[in-house]
Every structure is written in C-alpha cells, then in structure tokens.
Design a protein around this ligand. Sequence first.
Ligand SMILES: *Cc1c(COP(=O)(O)O)cnc(C)c1O
Length: 390
Amino acid sequence: MEQHPITKAIRIRTTQTDEMEHSSPLFLTSSFCYDDAEEMRATFADENDNNIYTRFSNPTVQEFTDRMVALEGAEAGFSTSSGMSAVFASFMGLLKSGDHLLSCNAIFGSTHTVISKYLPRFGIEYSYIAADAKAEEWEAAVRPNTKMIYLETPTNPGLDVIDLELVSAVAKKNNIIFNVDNCFATPLGQRPIDFGADLVVHSATKWIDGQGRVLGGVVVGKKDLIKEIHAFCRSTGPSMSPFNAWVLSRSLETLDVRMERHAKNALHIATSLENNPKISGLKYPFLPSHPQYDISVKQMKNGGGIVCFELQGGLSAGRTFLNSLKMLTLTANLGDTRSIASHPASTTHAKLTEEERLAVNITPGLIRISVGLEHQDDILNDIVQAIASC
Ligand SMILES: *Cc1c(COP(=O)(O)O)cnc(C)c1O
C-alpha cells in the first residue's frame, strides 16, 4: 500500500551509509568524487545519476526536495536558496521575451518588485488582477501571449482566499501554466496541485522551517516544467545550502503536528477577538464571517496560522499596538514557534502610497498576527491588553 504523504515526509531519506545512522547524515560538500576516468566521463555524459557538484544536486538537498514533492503530490521539484529565488526561477526558467504573466495583485512585496521592475527588463509583460476577480474577469485578463498565471492564496497580508479550481479552469482552457505560492497554507493546509496547479512555489523560510532559523525555497510540480527550472538554476546558481536543507528536512517531520496547533491557536484567537469593540474586519479563513469562507473550507484543511484585523484608530493605533505588546515579537518574519505581530502600513508597505496600499487591502490600522505555538491564553492575553491600550 502506498504510504501517506505525511509518512513519506518523515521516512524518505538519503541512502543509509555504512555507519548505520538513524537520522539522515548531512552531506556538507561542494563536489563529489569518481573512482576513475570512465566513471567521471559517464557521469558528465548524464549516463548515470551520480552527483557532480552541489550547485546541480546534493543528496541532503534532494531529501528535502523529495519530501516536499511527496507532501504536495507533485511529480518533481527543485530546492533553492530562498523563497524569492524559487519564485524568480519559476518565472525565468519558463518565460521568455514577448510572453505575458498574469498575476494577482495581492502578492508578497519582493515578488511584486520582480514582476513589475525586473521581468519587463527581459521583455516579459505583466498585468495584475484583483484577488476577488470573477471567472469572467480572469478570462478577460488572459491575452494571446499569456504564458503563466501566478497567485498566492491566502494572500499576504490581507488573507483573501482565491478559488484555485476556478483559476485553474481558466488556465487549462487557455493552455497557460498555473503557478501558486503556497507559503501561507503549507502543503498540510492546502495542496494546489489537487485543484489543478501545474507548479507550486514555497518560501521554506516561514512555516516549513517553523523556528526562524534558515532561508530556503522550493518549486514543485510537473516534471517537464521542473526540468526547465532545474536547467535554469543549474547554470545560474540559486542552489539551496545542504546545511539549510538538513535543517528544513528535519522540520518537515513535525510540520503536520505544528500546523495543526498553529491553526488551532489561530482559530481560537480569531474567534475570541472577533467581537472586540476596538477592532473591525477581523479575517481568518476558517471563520464563517470570512468573505470567502466557502472557498476556504473547499480547498483548505485548516485556516492556517495568520490572523489579521483592523484597529479602529488607524495608523497611530497600529504603532501604539506594537509598542504595547509584552510577549509577541516585532520582527520581519512569520511562521515561527513564537507569535509575531506586524503593522504593514508603517513597515513592510510604508513605501507605497496610501492609495496603492488600499488597492491591495492594506488599511492604515491593519495588524497581522503570525500565531505561534505558545499557550493560546498567553497569546490572546497579550493581544487583548495591547488592543485595550490603543
Ligand atoms: C517570505 C515570502 C516569500 C519570500 O521568501 P524568502 O524565503 O524570504 O525569500 C515569498 N512569498 C511569500 C508569500 C512569503 O511570505
């Protein structure tokens, strides 16, 4: 009987060495050796699967990739040095001058920079579409040269949920590659490939590491697409460090239990805060009040670990909230064991104009909480007392 992906994410490992180690070894090496000239020739001629150089492949990195492939239900994958290099490689490996990329407008800040500043330098066109676009709007946004559709769901930081089945139908009909950043949900919360995605990219830096230690990224999906991405990365060099792969691979062994608890804590906090008189517009994908609740429960197994809400006092209340927290950390990360608070309008998105922020639902008092693994009462108490001081 085929093992469950969760079991595979624990049991897939590099071949055991003669030392009979139980935990996987860390192959911290930049290159690999050959017994003789003939073996080396055959390896370079691609006549066997031997490793050559860690920029191309490494057993520790492959272990992490194989576990991610199993979790996402993909055919193949390639791991990269960060989430951004995974996103960039998924574009550069597959798009060429004259192609058009259709992207949702609510995307990670650096992804927006890559799409709007760098892709046009290579003659790749782009256009943005709103997260709540209807099927007809997606269809109308497709151009004859549209080669890829790209989106994140749930979106960052607004937590809008996009119907993967709906967008995938548009992509299939028009023969377009459908690429999804699954960083927020993780494969334990949502598997975009089950809903028709061709490619899934991740920042492994977030929930996958789960403890704020290392950077990493991965692209998984259809074999023929990954082959092109691998070829691009092999020559351009955004490879994952074997050390980071070893850390991330251990993290995958606990991802299922961690995400279950992150989501349980987040649901508790969302439910408890929902009627707080000093906030409005609290959003969590698994709250029935979420505008896309029906889509969330259709495509997600849990609501994930992020909760966001709007402080009535706007920009200045946002700053007061951050200053009043006693336990939650102010830091530019998410997906950690430690709960984190952020105020996008005064930090990550401060460079945008108010109008640009509002276009992607970043209101002046928007607070994003990455719910950690501390006891739910301690997380909630800290947030409640900080809201009270706003
Ligand atoms: C953080 C993040 C990225 C970028 O990942 P890095 O590992 O920081 O390069 C991409 N997409 C989303 C949704 C993210 O949160």
